[in-house]
Design a protein around this ligand. Structure first.
Ligand code: GP9
Ligand code: MN
Length: 667
């Protein structure tokens, strides 16, 4: 009996169980992981097991009593990693990543407060290690001095690997493409645990930095030549018409253009958005041949395209994997050229899509994330805050901004799987039997009503008249998995060609004092928004590296590359290497000229990837006066911001804003 308690292998299992319990306890008490459903509950509990088996199991290869020391050492390192995350999380509501460790500002701002973030009760987190040390001292005299037969540690590692595979496959079943799409650190931690997250983060960073290291300043020349060559001169009548006006940019989640004027049960689904499109007062211009160009990064890709006029990556989300690159984003340009202040409003937590990191590189002054909103149960559905309370609560925040401002508001309720409370649905669902498609129209209606209320409030506040209002859909909401239901609704087969055409999203814009064009049929996509906006603001877009061209320009390039390599032009479309006539949808034999256009589009995508993978903008000086954005100037989250306000004894944003102003006036 005594042997059971005093053997090396029992010592190992005690260590595994203690680490397992401790990790689970900390997940539950220290992190807000937003666990939904039985699978997530189970995985949260289960995930420390594989890491404990594998990492501590490695120690069993050591000889004799040294194995015990190794177990204690590895356990201590894992515990320090865990505890460091606890302390970091208490301040940042986020987990430690390699880049945040190297950016001293993250820890710098923690600095003095590190003591206040630690509690004396935290000593409990070390209890297991103390138990292990005591147990080791007591039992080691009974241990054999030989190395274990290698079969035992090998079996332990295999058991760990099996536990990990079960863990990963259950996680992937619950959240497809968890590792590929790189959504959110919170997801990886809740599904795979903090230790696997650290490992995953390290691998990602090694990959990223090796590509970055190989790049040098000469690599930017090819990209620069390409974009300067593609540049389209502005439309003289529109250049600078919006200079000094506030910009209110509204992101319509998962909104596809087929919704516009679509009728269900004899009713318009989105009467308000339709009224903007058919605006009698001629304020708006609506682009009806406008495409989203996003991939796995979905919303993040859309934001990325708009913020930089650079494509997202073919895999994963550039927001996450290139979140620490240098950018010359729209917000930063507006700030440096015209003294604008910029903010993003979104009813989700700041770490989603790594926004709290990449926004710093974009020079976003304030990120009004979920921490600024009333996230009570009634207000929240699916991913986060419902659109109606979101817009309502955003109004006073918007009114508090220094002008001129650039404000980006991102809606959320109209998101797969399109959940809506019955009493809030004002249109009956469709009746295809495909539940998420059926509800898609109900949440679209809800979004339409929320937007109408917001525009009414803007009018009442006096902000409407003098602001640029820009509205866009971010990406498809209904994927090809729902072709049967879509065929029923649209009355036509969803062929690959038709599916590509369905990737249209609306782009709607109003510029104060400028007559709208009604419907503009130019082909374009999210990539073209930034150069269009820069020209409206009177900024020379050619100074900056951008792959899109001004939608209002006579020379606007109407070739629309999708991120998967498909290409749409007004005359022809290429979908999975098959050519079609865009107007009739008939298959066609491509001409040499068509093939060249497609090759050109692919070349453009490659250059965009090269730019991102090499972090080439760090080598590019757009204008003489340009100052690279310093991410350490920014900090997001309400609590974090308030702490900083206390430090500065005046609002943090104002401090930054004033500093920027001073800098600008010196130039
Ligand atoms: C999350 C929201 C949704 O914050 O923006 O992102 P998506 O799933 O559409 O990429
Ligand atoms: Mn989205």
């Amino acid at each position: 009996m005594k042997k059971i308690f005093t053997s090396k292998i029992s010592f190992f299992f005690v260590a595994v169980i203690l680490l397992w319990i401790k990790s689970y306890f900390i997940y539950v008490t220290e992190f807000r992981l937003d666990i939904k459903g039985g699978v997530q509950e189970f995985l949260l509990f289960f995930n420390p097991l594989s890491s404990a088996l594998i990492f501590l199991g490695l120690a069993l290869f050591a000889k004799g009593k040294r194995a015990g020391i190794w177990i204690i050492l590895i356990d201590t390192i894992m515990s320090i990693l865990l505890y460091a995350n606890v302390v970091y999380y208490r301040f940042n509501n986020d987990y430690i990543t390699l880049p945040t460790m190297t950016q001293t500002d993250n820890f710098g701002s923690l600095g003095g407060s590190i003591v206040s973030l630690a509690n004396w009760t935290d000593l409990l987190f070390a209890v297991d290690i103390i138990i292990l040390i005591a147990l080791f001292i007591w039992s080691k005299k009974y241990w054999s001095t030989k190395r274990m037969h290698f079969r035992t540690p090998l079996l332990v590692l295999i058991a760990g690997a099996i536990a990990f595979s079960v863990n990963l496959s259950m996680a992937e079943a619950d959240r497809p493409e968890l590792l590929k799409r790189t959504f959110d650190r919170n997801y990886i931690v809740k599904y795979l645990g903090i230790y696997n997250f650290a490992l995953y983060d390290a691998v990602q960073n090694v990959k990223t930095s090796s590509q970055r290291v190989l790049a040098d300043s000469s690599d930017i020349a090819e990209v620069e030549n390409y974009t300067k060559n593609k540049y389209a001169e502005p439309n003289d009548e529109l250049f600078g018409v919006a200079e000094g006006k506030n910009i209110i940019k509204i992101h319509l989640e998962s909104f596809q253009s087929f919704l516009i004027d679509f009728e269900l049960h004899g009713e318009e689904v989105t009467p308000f958005i339709n009224s903007l499109v058919h605006d009698q007062e001629k304020n708006y211009t609506y682009f009806d041949n406008f495409f989203h160009q996003t991939e796995q990064g979905k919303t993040a890709d859309a934001e990325f395209l708009l913020a930089n006029s650079i494509y997202g990556l073919p895999q994963g989300s550039a927001f996450v994997t290139r979140g620490n690159n240098t950018y010359q984003a729209f917000s930063a340009i507006l700030n440096q050229e015209l003294n604008y202040n910029s903010s993003v409003f979104h009813g989700d937590y700041k770490s989603f899509w790594n926004r709290d990191e990449i926004y710093k590189q974009f020079g976003i002054d304030t990120y009004f994330d979920a921490s600024y909103y009333d996230m009570n149960e009634e207000n929240v559905i699916n991913y986060g805050l419902k659109d109606k309370p979101f817009f309502e609560e955003s109004m006073p925040l918007l009114e508090s901004l220094d002008e001129p401002f650039y404000a980006h508001l991102q809606t959320l309720t109209h998101h797969h799987p399109y959940l809506i409370d019955e009493e809030e649905a004002t249109i009956a669902p469709a009746e295809t039997g495909d539940k998420s498609v059926d509800r898609y129209f109900q949440t679209a209606r809800y979004l339409d009503e929320a937007l109408e209320q917001f525009i009414t409030d803007l009018k009442e506040s006096g902000l409407y008249e003098d602001s640029v209002i820009m509205i866009y859909g971010d990406h498809y909401g209904i994927s090809q998995n729902h072709n049967r239901a879509m065929k029923e609704l649209l009355g036509e087969e969803i062929t690959p060609f038709k599916n590509a055409q369905l990737q249209r999203v609306p782009f709607i814009i109003k510029v104060p004092g400028v007559e709208g064009q009604g419907t503009n049929h130019n082909y374009g996509g999210l990539i073209d928004v930034m150069p269009t906006m820069l020209h409206l603001m009177g900024i020379n877009a050619q100074d900056y590296i951008q792959f899109g061209t001004d939608l209002f320009s006579d020379d606007h390039n109407q070739v629309v590359p999708f991120r998967n390599g498909d290409v749409i032009t007004p005359e022809f479309s290429v979908v999975s290497d098959t050519y079609y006539d865009t107007v009739t949808g008939e298959e066609i034999e491509p001409t040499e000229e068509m093939k060249e256009i497609v090759e050109g589009a692919h070349h453009e995508l490659e250059l965009s990837d090269k730019l991102l993978n090499g972090d080439l903008l760090r080598f590019y000086q757009p204008t003489e006066a340009w100052e690279p954005v310093d991410p350490s100037n920014y900090k997001y989250g309400k609590e974090e911001n308030e702490q900083l306000e206390q430090e500065y004894e005046e609002p943090f944003d104002d401090v930054l804003y004033l500093e920027d102003k001073e800098e600008n006036s010196e130039r």
